[in-house]
Design a protein around this ligand. Structure first.
Ligand SMILES: Nc1ncnc2c1ncn2[C@@H]1O[C@H](COP(=O)(O)OP(=O)(O)OP(=O)(O)O)[C@@H](O)[C@H]1O
Length: 324
């Protein structure tokens, strides 16, 4: 696998009131080259701290970072031109148009003015290039920020919570932009504490909690670890249905008005129940989604210790820390 970013045993502590506290604790991450990588974790799990270290904005206490094979921060000057990032909200002149803002920036960093049209096109802002920045929606402002990071035509883009504060339309716009950048072959790292915001665009994800890696892999890997498929069964006589299914060796749970049965072949449920004179009114597969996997993995965040480890143990998919 061609690797864009690799960290090994990364650790960063901060001095707080109660002494030194680890924000990042032994984090080993691998981000493949090309495509969108979701960097996920609850608030305070260490995402921003990790991103700041990747960009040379914070120094790790220990551990190593490589960006395109170069050690960061030592060899950062050799790769910095290949990296674009939005870590904090960038500043633009409100009364200038999008195009004017980008042309100013291009001149400041020594990029030919012709590149401005290309980045406006890449972020689908071409037809708004003449409009004043002050009149932009939040989603458009965020796309302009992405356009600014594209001026240098970097190979790696790092966006820290780029959809924070956006409405659903803005989230969709930013998501579409990230997707097309990933499809073009760029490596896009996007952090979020809301999994649904990156699930649809991420080719690979890493999930962290308390500064540690909980799982890493393709979205399919992580979902694949959720175990036997489950179906939600609508049937009148719950108790009797449960007896019949359990007598057939199936694991059954009651969730609200329905039974949830872990079974590889759903027709077995209808067969068993019909055999006992019960008829199924509905049979719906429980979709394994990344949100459930994420919640299972980060369950107990804030409790720490055993709760985290137990939650991790339920997730054999992807690469799970402790199981790898
Ligand atoms: N400069 C700092 N000084 C002291 N503590 C810090 C500093 N920066 C971060 N921390 C602490 O480190 C931990 C991780 O913070 P970080 O911002 O990296 O998490 P995050 O996952 O990005 O969270 P969020 O989604 O809320 O931004 C938190 O407990 C935070 O309070």
């Amino acid at each position: 696998m061609d690797v864009a970013v690799r960290t090994v045993d990364l650790r960063k502590t901060y001095l707080g009131r109660g002494g030194r506290r680890a924000a990042v604790e032994g984090l080993s991450l691998t981000v493949p080259h090309g495509g969108v990588h979701g960097f996920l974790g609850p608030n305070g799990s260490g995402k921003t701290t990790t991103i700041r270290m990747l960009l040379g904005l914070a120094r790790p206490d220990s551990g190593t970072i490589e960006v395109f094979g170069r050690a960061v921060p030592r060899e950062l000057p050799a790769v910095i031109d290949r990296v674009g990032a939005i870590v904090e909200a960038p500043k633009f002149f409100p009364t200038f148009s999008a195009g004017q803002n980008l042309r100013l920036l291009a001149a400041a960093i020594g990029v030919p003015a012709g590149r401005v049209d290309e980045v406006l096109e890449a972020t689908r802002l071409s037809d708004r290039a003449g409009d004043r920045y002050a009149g932009f929606s939040l989603g458009m402002k965020q796309r302009l920020a992405i356009a600014a990071t594209l001026l240098k035509d970097p190979d790696l883009l790092v966006f820290d919570e780029p959809t924070n504060g956006l409405d659903p339309a803005g989230i969709r716009e930013v998501r579409d932009t990230m997707r097309s950048l990933g499809a073009e072959g760029k490596t896009v790292i996007v952090s979020s504490h809301i999994l649904a915001e990156v699930e649809q665009v991420a080719d690979t994800v890493s999930i962290i909690g308390h500064g540690r890696l909980l799982a890493e892999g393709t979205v399919a890997d992580i979902l694949g670890g959720s175990g036997t498929p489950r179906v939600r069964v609508g049937v009148r006589d719950h108790d009797r249905a449960r007896q019949l299914l359990e007598a057939d060796g199936l694991a059954v749970q009651t969730e609200g008005d329905e039974l949830v049965v872990a079974v590889d072949d759903p027709s077995r449920v209808t067969r068993v129940l019909a055999g006992g004179g019960l008829y199924v009114s509905s049979l719906v597969p429980v979709r394994a989604d990344l949100e459930s996997a994420f919640l299972a993995l980060t369950a107990g965040e804030g409790l720490g210790g055993e709760a985290d480890r137990a939650a991790g143990g339920r997730m054999p998919g992807g690469r799970v820390e402790g199981a790898a």
